[in-house]
Design a binder for this molecule. Structure first.
Ligand code: SAM
Ligand code: 2KA
Ligand code: SF4
Ligand code: MG
Length: 215
């Protein structure tokens, strides 16, 4: 059988800059295309273009970096159906695999070995009505729920969602400020003040190398 194909924007080796895996050497596979348009998206260059690659080619390129961790992202990776085969193959090859997803598409078909990082889009993203709340019923301790926050309104929205939906019992929760928008120290003060059960983080790769593709 011919290997299925995916539209790929970039494959690169870097330090994981987000999630609880922050700091780990990781290969990133960024899929092209996204049905959302978050106002602050730092990966808009992946909305179009890219290159069609077979899953076999992707696996070969990933193997060339000799890393243990692989992060599949985008664009919106779940918008391309063959991503499920890619995720399975990466797990079968022995990688520790994470998936970054918008939370707008169902995550239930994702291989159970994959750590799913599911955003809940706050109002400042302009895409909050796309949140697929039923995804929360699929998540567990190996997954993470992530809020990217542009300001106080987003923060209060996230605080309410966490309390109303008892998210602490669903999966670990991440807070990240929108880069160059919400000062990280301000978000840190709010989290401490409210004693929220979240892990706050700042995008490590942008501190190290600035905001650009390939890092
Ligand atoms: C570029 S997205 C790709 C995966 C998927 N479309 C999603 O939204 O999760 C990867 C992660 O980067 C975050 N992100 C994008 N732009 C950002 C920014 N300007 N500041 C902080 N985080 C950002 C997203 O919220 C998401 O958690
Ligand atoms: N270093 C680095 N870490 C990341 N973690 C998630 C990323 C993403 O764009 O999904 C990302 C990225 O673009 N670069
Ligand atoms: S869902 Fe992800 S890739 Fe799509 S616009 Fe939002 S942050 Fe960017
Ligand atoms: Mg990124």
């Amino acid at each position: 059988m011919r290997s299925a194909s995916l539209r790929i924007s970039e494959i690169f080796h870097s330090l994981q800059g987000e999630t609880s895996r922050i700091g780990l050497p990781t290969v990133f596979v960024r899929l092209t295309g996204c049905p959302l348009r978050c106002t602050w998206c730092d990966s808009a260059y992946a909305f179009h273009g890219g290159e069609t690659m077979t899953i076999a080619d992707i696996l070969e390129k990933v193997a060339g970096y000799d890393a243990r961790h692989v992060c599949v992202t985008g664009g919106e990776p779940l918008a391309q159906k063959p991503v499920h085969q890619l995720l399975r193959d990466l797990c079968d090859a022995g990688y520790s695999v994470s998936l970054e997803t918008s939370g707008a598409l169902p995550v239930n078909e994702v291989d159970a070995r994959v750590s799913r990082i599911v955003d809940l889009k706050a109002p400042g993203s302009g895409e909050t009505e796309k949140n697929l709340w039923s995804n929360l019923d699929m998540l567990g301790a190996n997954d993470e729920i992530k809020f990217v926050l542009a300001g106080r309104e987003d923060y209060e929205w996230a605080r309410t969602v966490i309390r109303d939906r008892n998210l602490e019992q669903v999966a670990p929760i991440l807070f990240s400020p929108v880069w160059d928008s919400l000062p990280p120290a301000r978000l840190a003060d709010w989290v401490l003040e409210d004693k929220l059960p979240v892990r706050m983080q700042v995008q490590l790769h942008k501190i190290l190398w600035g905001e650009k593709p390939g890092v």
